[in-house]
Design a protein around this ligand. Structure first.
Ligand SMILES: Cc1ncc(COP(=O)(O)O)c(C=O)c1O
Length: 374
């Protein structure tokens, strides 16, 4: 796969109908909140690399090229420079160095229903006085005060699908000099995200980015970039000086394998890369490429329209999310299973995710299976 330097190859060029022909998703899959099935080009690339591995026909380096391709494609999607982007395997792993860089006694603020991968990396530092305070997502900005060192929140909530008011939260965080960590795992791929809005944007790619498990990204905005106020810039610089790539190994050097000392780390976010899960990355790059060919704005319109069609037929209000979370009767899960509807239970509610491979027939199937059960 070739990545154009000017990224013109990623100007949206595919209609949704054309793009959907790249998926082989059976009806009725409404569980993108749990995982996103791959497009054929991602699946095929991965099968090819697995076959190469099985037969021993290719050097491993050809598989690691996909890490840099993925990094560049992801950067394009979220408006970052590629050298802001570190690659890893999971959200919690990528957040661990950020938590470790917090000073003793720091206070972290999170929404009260935040997914634990954005909470536990901070909570495990309780022994040195790091505390985690919670507040409702819709009043998170108001809950930020002078004692807040860092705010960790999801762009779209895992449990409810609620979309955070990122602008208001980050504006308030800047006022008090608090760092911001945005988890885009339930958003990237359908909700336009801007990495420049926050200090750190973390995304696991196996859901709405339709990549295999094992590929995740963390953008680290350089402390001197953006339009932050003076206080915030100063605290970010202090924080950056404490931030260390705690899992650095040979891949964090940004060049080939090396031995012993002296240490040569990449001078950008790549220093935070962990050794890549090769085949996962081979499957990730084609998927990102395809999503960019469709365009996140177009996917956003499609996904939210389907979610709202589902809401309307269940008598719920319109929303701005691709995720619908509803209370259902006890009999609903087995009824949905029997009807072949793939969905998930989250925080005691039934959760449905509508993505680009879904259509109006999926909405109808789910509504019919839920008849009398909501
Ligand atoms: C908001 C959010 N963040 C992160 C994750 C996954 O985290 P990790 O990669 O640490 O398993 C999930 C999975 O459901 C999620 O919903």
């Amino acid at each position: 796969m070739g990545i154009d330097d000017d990224h013109t190859a990623h100007t949206p060029s595919l209609s949704l109908a054309e793009a959907r022909a790249e998926w082989d998703v059976d009806r009725t899959f409404l569980d993108s909140c749990s995982y996103g099935p791959p497009p054929r080009r991602g699946w095929d690339a991965m099968q090819t690399s697995l076959e190469q591995w099985r037969r021993g026909t290719r050097p491993w380096q050809s598989w690691t090229d996909s890490v840099q391709d993925s990094r560049e494609l992801f950067a394009t999607m979220i408006g970052a420079e590629a050298d802001w982007v570190a690659t890893g395997a999971a959200v919690s792993q990528l957040l661990a160095p950020i938590a470790a860089a917090l000073p003793d006694g720091a206070e972290v603020l999170v929404p009260d229903i935040e997914f634990t991968s954005g909470v536990y990396p901070f909570a495990v530092h309780a022994h040195r006085g790091v505390s985690v305070r919670t507040a409702p997502l819709d009043s998170l900005a108001e809950a930020i005060d002078e004692s807040t060192a860092l705010v960790s929140f999801s762009a779209a909530q895992s449990a409810t699908g609620e979309v955070a008011d990122t602008q208001t939260i980050t504006a308030r965080a800047r006022e008090v000099g608090a760092l911001t960590v945005l988890d885009g795992t339930q958003a990237a791929g359908w909700l336009p995200l801007d990495a420049a809005e926050v200090d750190f944007l973390v995304v696991a790619a196996y859901k709405w980015l339709c990549a295999p498990r094992g590929a995740a990204f963390l953008t680290m905005r350089p402390p001197n970039s953006g339009d932050s106020g003076a206080t915030s810039t100063r605290s970010r610089e202090e924080f950056a000086a404490r931030l260390k790539p705690l899992a650095a190994g040979w891949f964090a050097g940004g060049t080939g394998a090396s031995y012993s000392m002296p240490m040569h780390l990449a001078d950008d976010a790549r220093a935070f890369d962990i050794s890549p899960a090769w085949h996962s990355w081979v499957g990730t790059a084609p998927s990102l490429e395809l999503l960019l060919e469709i365009g996140v704005e177009r996917i956003h319109a499609h996904d939210v329209a389907l979610a709202n069609a589902f809401r309307a037929r269940l008598g719920l209000e319109t929303s701005n999310s691709a995720i619908v979370s509803i209370e259902v009767a006890d009999a609903a899960p087995s009824r949905l299973d029997e009807a072949g509807i793939r969905f998930s239970m989250a925080d005691g509610r039934a959760r449905f995710g509508f993505h680009l491979y879904n259509d109006a027939d999926d909405v109808t199937a789910a509504v019919e299976a839920l008849r009398g059960l909501t």
